[in-house]
Design a binder for this molecule. Structure first.
Ligand code: NAI
Length: 245
């Protein structure tokens, strides 16, 4: 018997990087995972690669409110009521503030913050009726400490922290827990293009002396989704090698 046996989990942006590692870990813990991504084929092949049975991939742009509603209906029809939601989909469109275009601001807020709203809104009612559920939002240390060149991204991630804490307060009496996870620097496609000099400088600022792996985030999600975390809600847990201390 595994701790998430038979539970349905939905992970947005689950086809690669941190989202894929989260989906893998939830599958390993016994959950049936709905992998949601912009590209349906990539989501399906990610779902097929997970340990355990009953996983499926779905295409959905989380910034599209209608698409979010449709995909949740489809997942619940095919896999059953969603008990664990992981809002992981996220993008960056970096620029120094003075050159930041309205479109860069809007796009990042639409995916990172409104995307979480779109997905959560369509699930919360069912969770409230069942009086149980777990909502996990992948924010970033940048949402806590800020970062030059990322005002849009940092604002979206700080927004997710406010969203998490408020939702935790609103939904606690209905048996729903809501927490945020703040990764530091994790090796994925998102961070692959930084120049060598920047990487060295960043690494020097991490007390544990290395960049994180997607699995480091997956392990924390598994813990927070499971029964061992039943008394934890409204928290922002950093997984950053001590970067934000
Ligand atoms: P990634 O770029 O490798 O993966 C992001 C995933 O989100 C992709 O599967 C992508 O297709 C999906 N996605 C993007 N826009 C979407 C949309 N509109 N609808 C549905 N899916 C969409 O990035 P990574 O590094 O795996 O990041 C995952 C999350 O972790 C993001 O929210 C990111 O902001 C956050 N994060 C990453 C850190 C890092 O160092 N890599 C640090 C802190 C937070």
């Amino acid at each position: 018997m595994k701790e998430l046996d038979g539970q349905v989990a939905l992970v947005t942006g689950g086809s690669r990087g941190i989202g894929l590692a989260i989906a893998q870990e939830l599958g390993r813990a016994g959950a049936k995972v709905a992998v949601v991504g912009r590209n349906g084929e990539a989501a399906e092949s990610a779902a097929a690669s997970l340990e355990g049975a009953g996983h499926r991939g779905y295409a959905c742009d989380v910034s599209d409110a209608e698409a979010a509603k449709t995909v949740i209906g489809k997942v619940e029809e095919e896999l059953g009521p969603i008990e664990i939601l992981v809002n992981n989909a996220g993008i960056t469109k970096d620029n120094i503030f003075i050159r930041m275009k309205e479109e860069q601001w809007d796009d990042v807020l639409a995916v990172n913050l409104k995307g979480a709203f779109n997905m959560t809104r369509n699930l919360a009612r069912g969770m409230m009726k069942r009086r149980s559920g777990v909502i996990l939002n992948i924010t970033s240390v940048v949402g806590i400490v800020g970062n030059a060149g990322q005002v849009n991204y940092a604002a979206s991630k700080a927004g997710l922290i406010g969203f998490t804490k408020s939702l935790a307060k609103e939904l606690a009496s209905r048996g729903i827990r809501c927490n945020a996870i703040a990764p530091g620097f994790i090796k994925t496609d998102m961070t692959a293009e930084l120049p060598e000099a920047t990487l060295e400088e960043l690494q020097a600022r991490i007390p544990l002396g290395r960049f994180g792996d997607p699995e480091d985030v997956g392990g924390l999600v598994r813990f927070l989704a499971g029964p061992a975390a039943r008394y934890i809600t409204g928290q922002v847990v950093a997984v950053d090698g001590g970067m934000a201390i």
